[in-house]
Design a binder for this molecule. Structure first.
Ligand code: SAH
Length: 220
């Protein structure tokens, strides 16, 4: 972002971000509105405030990242959430994707393996007045069996392979979106339940996510 851009007001920056999402393929007006209503600067650490409105992933605490807005938009759109959906998210991180989902879904359940990130994300979600989010400190690899089945599942860290445990927690016609792969570049995959226990799998292109790590973090 140039010096000139950084003098723009938040509305102008947000408008530019939304335009970028549109040209990147996010066409669902409900998704665009959900992004527009979610002030990204609230989720970005002090050090990177100036870059809050850039369409790029940024570092957050615990060596993790807040996702790139375009990817948040594309993944949210691919999940096809509506006001009846109960959504499971793996990897709360900053809570940004959680907040965007909460504006579209009935209920969002979100799991995170770092206590510090979860505590901060909870505060932000409370600040925004989003009452339909339930978070838990736990290993997302195993999902949330007590609350399953879910209409939708979004994984915001890279799964090394097909997330089979999570697919078993999806309703028969549900949708799961996840980056899958072991390297620095993964494939964004969309699994659509065929109603009979099988899935139609679509590749949505290359993405770069931090890996899904096993167990909860012992450090803060
Ligand atoms: N959606 C987040 C992106 C966070 S990055 C945002 O918009 O900010 C991915 C997150 O997944 C990290 O916070 C990481 O700690 C978390 N994560 C990785 N493995 C996990 C696991 N097994 N269970 C729960 N969370 C996990």
């Amino acid at each position: 972002m140039t010096g000139e851009d950084s003098h723009d007001n938040p509305e102008t920056r947000m408008a530019r971000l939304v335009l970028g999402l549109r040209s990147g393929g996010v066409s669902d007006p409900k998704v665009l509105t959900a992004v527009e209503k979610t002030p990204r600067d609230l989720f970005v650490p002090e050090l990177f405030q100036e870059r809050s409105w850039e369409d790029s992933a940024l570092p957050i605490a615990c060596g993790q990242t807040i996702s790139q807005p375009l990817i948040v938009g594309l993944m949210t759109q691919a999940l096809n959430v509506d006001g009846r959906s109960r959504v499971l998210e793996i990897g709360t991180g900053s809570g940004y994707q959680t907040a965007v989902l909460a504006r579209l879904a009935r209920l969002v359940y979100s799991l995170e393996r770092y206590r510090t990130l979860l505590k901060e994300a909870d505060e932000r979600i409370r600040t925004l007045g989003l009452l339909n989010v339930i978070t838990r400190f736990s290993d997302g690899f195993t999902g949330w069996p007590e609350q399953a089945p879910f209409d939708r599942i979004m994984v915001t860290a890279a799964a090394p392979e097909t997330p089979t445990a999570l697919l078993t927690q999806l309703k028969p016609n549900g949708i799961l979106v996840a980056p899958v792969g072991r390297g620095p570049v993964q494939t964004l995959k969309r699994y659509v339940g065929d109603g009979e226990g099988g899935f139609v799998v679509e590749d949505m292109g290359d993405v770069r996510f931090v890996p899904l790590l096993p167990g909860v973090a012992r450090e803060l």
